[in-house]
Ligand binder design. Structure first.
Ligand SMILES: Cc1ncc(COP(=O)(O)O)c(C=O)c1O
Length: 392
């Protein structure tokens, strides 16, 4: 029965990770895989997470099933982290999911169930897994232009494309720290998007995978909160992989913000979708999150560790941008210093990216996506020198 199956194309990020691991050069630089790294290139367990895990180990006396939606304490804590009271809880239906990936998938399943003909509008540059996830859920996509050829947001093109959105369509937006460009919407853009979607009767779908990595926890959720407070329906998928460093524990939340009269129905539909796909969402990581957010001292510790990660990435950005200006004698890479979050899309051709890998041991994705957390004070000048040499 399986002879018709072809193996999927090798995942570009996994292939890059393997090539990096096999490279014997001691001064190689990994800007590929999208995880946070400290100055030593290590992805640490946060101290607040360790402390919460110790508490859970001590106190937990059962691993019996919880509800299909996941633990209520996690759902409530995440609602306030994401929405900050911008909408009444009576409008929020939410379920836990195994990571942001499954949260995106569950929201797509929800859309498909409600409106199979809906088109999902996706920014032309986006997380490589968005399109496969949406199409695997049986939905159609259309791109909207996002990045200007010279860098920065192409507002005119984005709004021109979004004018074609129809009633009942869904527009996928990155809540903050746009992956892969690092180019974020500002308050004015969110306001205009809100007005446009409201006028056209379309629904925003916010993917929030990096809250706290841009400007700060509240500022990064500003766009989401603006839309949630103004539009009748808003969909959200959020991940705790990056901001709690809980990657492999798989912690995410899928949320539908709707009219209060529909909330309990939507909550039941979302729980039913969990039932169909994996039944109960994983509990350990979610419990770590609710333990941290529910304890003043742990929360304080977590916020300061998160600020440290955010600041390190911003320092790396600025160091690379300055070194690139010095080494190339041009402003071609100036955007890197101002962009947000872990990623930037460096204006490099696939051939230049290939030469960086082969000649200099600098690893980034073929489209130029570079993880700024992979840099350090020690290697940003060497990295800039390598980039300058392949672009000369
Ligand atoms: C934009 C975006 N959405 C969702 C995710 C999903 O993250 P995870 O499934 O690891 O929680 C990621 C991870 O890289 C991402 O960049």
């Amino acid at each position: 029965m399986f002879e018709t199956l072809a193996a999927p194309k090798e995942d570009a990020i996994i292939a890059l990770m393997q090539a990096y691991a096999a490279d014997p050069r001691p001064d190689k630089i990994d800007l590929g895989v999208g995880v946070y790294r400290d100055e030593r290139g290590h992805t640490p367990v946060m101290a607040a997470v360790k402390a919460a895990e110790a508490q859970i180990l001590q106190a937990q006396d059962s691993k019996s099933y919880l509800s299909l939606a996941g633990d209520a304490a996690f759902l409530n804590a995440m609602e306030s982290l994401l929405l900050g009271g911008a909408v009444p809880s009576a409008r929020v239906a939410a379920v836990g999911a195994p990571g942001g990936t499954a949260a995106v998938r569950q929201i797509c399943e929800l859309i498909r169930k409600a409106r199979p003909e809906a088109v999902i509008w996706v920014s032309a540059q986006t997380w490589p897994n968005h399109l496969p996830l949406i199409t695997a859920a049986g939905l159609q996509t259309r791109p909207y232009r996002y990045l200007a050829p010279e860098g920065g947001l192409d507002q005119a093109a984005m709004f021109a494309d979004l004018e074609h959105v129809r009633a009942g369509d869904v527009v996928l937006l990155h809540g903050c720290c746009h992956n892969p460009t690092g180019v974020d919407l500002v308050a004015q853009d969110w306001a205009e998007i809100g007005a446009l979607l409201s006028r056209r009767g379309a629904v925003p779908f916010i993917d929030m995978a990096y809250q706290g990595f841009g400007e700060g926890l509240d500022a990064d959720a500003g766009g989401l909160r603006h839309l949630a407070a103004r539009l009748p329906e808003v969909l959200v998928a959020a991940s705790c992989s990056k901001n709690f460093g809980l990657y492999r524990e798989r912690v995410g939340i899928a949320m539908a913000i709707v009219d209060a009269t529909q909330r309990s129905n939507l909550a039941a539909v979302l729980a039913g979708l969990n039932r169909q796909n994996f039944a109960f969402p994983p509990d350990h990581g979610a419990r770590v999150v609710s333990t941290i957010l529910g304890d003043v001292a742990l929360r304080h510790q977590w916020e300061s560790e998160l600020a440290e990660m955010r600041n390190r990435v911003q320092t790396n950005r600025r160091a690379l941008a300055e070194a690139l200006r010095d080494e190339t004698g041009s402003d071609r890479f100036a955007g890197v210093g101002a962009e947000q979050g872990m990623f930037s899309l460096l204006p490099l051709s696939p051939e230049e990216v290939q030469r960086l890998r082969v000649e200099h041991g600098v690893y980034l994705l073929d489209d130029g996506r570079a993880n700024m957390a992979g840099l350090s004070v020690r290697n940003s000048t060497a990295c800039a020198r390598a980039i300058a040499s392949v672009t000369r």
